[in-house]
Design a protein around this ligand. Structure first.
Ligand code: KG4
Ligand code: ZN
Length: 333
């Protein structure tokens, strides 16, 4: 079943074709980062307008790359939520219209399930289930117990305030770095000393996360420095990154111990962070990571998640989008 995946939940327009026998056949992506940089964050209406303008040319590029035609596509998957409502609507309208014209099924995919399934695209090392998943993106930080690909998913830890990626973005902004802050802050941190300045370790009880206190501590630190020089900024970036990574690793260790599951999967934009990847690899369990290009938003993970659900006869018959959609409300396949 050749499945077209369409991702438009935020600021990437991304499409891919997945076929179970071959894996990902082709993928295309346009990032709107430069458009939103002037505002320091994503403007939903601008994002939607750009998705609408780019979807058709990107689809044509994708089909050309794959050497195939729309008539050969058997099903269409698109991101139904969670995400920015105007941006989600463009993908839903495009996908449902295309499915109607071609008379093929359409499925609205949960964006965080798509992230969770991204390591399944790794041909060498398929994740073993049940597993504990750490999902860390711009909008979410959570620990999830996954029985099998397609659910059921049980949320065992959640963010109480800022998501991990959001904390990176906001702290990067305090340090004068451009949006999106995660990669820029990680780059600055390579020139810093993580142990020179003291920042708190954000560790609420249980498996929940809280990162807003850490961000506030950075703001206080910066206010107390008259004019922070490059070395000060690099040291702050390194200390911040270290505290976030230590927190995430500690929570993962607690989750696999408490639930007696020796399989850990990490996904979402922050899973691209090299310090996090290297520290998690040292845990005493199986660790599954997406390839770097499948950490941040992409069409391939949507195509895969959609194929999984379409092959279990799930369909989305309408244009309803779900800007807020708790992962544990998702029907298992
Ligand atoms: O999954 P994603 O592409 O979009 C959402 O679903 O939100 O995640 C984007 C988030 C941003 O907050 C970005 O700053 C963060 O992932 N990010 C990183 C890195 N690369 C992306 N954070 C830390 N280190 C990175 N290398
Ligand atoms: Zn995402």
């Amino acid at each position: 079943m050749l499945t077209l995946g369409i991702e438009t939940s935020c600021d990437e327009t991304a499409l891919a074709l997945y076929q179970p026998e071959h894996g990902i056949v082709a993928e295309v992506l346009h990032s709107q980062v430069e458009q939103h940089q002037a505002y320091g964050g994503v403007i939903p209406e601008l994002a939607a307008r750009d998705h609408a303008a780019r979807l058709l040319p990107l689809l044509q590029q994708l089909l050309k790359q794959a050497g195939t035609r729309m008539q050969d596509v058997d099903g269409i998957a698109y991101t139904r939520g969670p995400g920015l409502a105007p941006a989600l609507l463009t993908g839903a309208c495009f996908a449902q219209t295309l499915a109607f014209i071609q008379n093929i099924p359409a499925i609205g995919v949960h964006h965080m399930e798509a992230h969770l399934l991204a390591p399944m695209l790794n041909a060498e090392q398929q994740p073993e289930f049940p597993l504990i998943a750490l999902l860390v993106s711009g909008g979410h930080s959570m620990l999830v117990k996954a029985e099998r690909p397609g659910g059921p998913y049980q949320i065992i830890g959640n963010t109480r305030d800022d998501a991990a990626g959001e904390a990176f973005d906001k702290t990067a902004r305090l340090l004068g770095l451009p949006y999106p802050g995660g990669p820029a802050l990680a780059e600055l941190a390579t020139r810093g000393n993580a142990d020179r300045l003291a920042l708190p370790l954000p560790m609420p009880a249980g498996l929940d996360f809280s990162f807003s206190g850490l961000k506030t501590a950075v703001r206080t630190l910066l206010m107390n420095m008259e004019s922070p020089d490059d070395q000060n900024r690099a040291d702050i970036a390194a200390a911040f990154q270290q505290q976030v990574v230590v927190t995430l690793v500690n929570k993962c260790r607690a989750a696999i111990t408490q639930h007696r599951i020796p399989n850990l999967l990490i996904a979402g934009g922050v899973s691209a962070n090299q310090l996090l990847r290297s520290k998690l690899a040292q845990l005493d369990c199986n660790v599954y990571l997406p390839e770097l290009r499948y950490c941040t938003d992409n069409g391939s993970m949507v195509a895969y998640a959609g194929w999984l659900r379409l092959s279990h006869n799930q369909r989305t018959p309408n244009l309803d989008i779900k800007p807020r959609w708790p992962l544990d409300e998702l029907q298992a396949v």
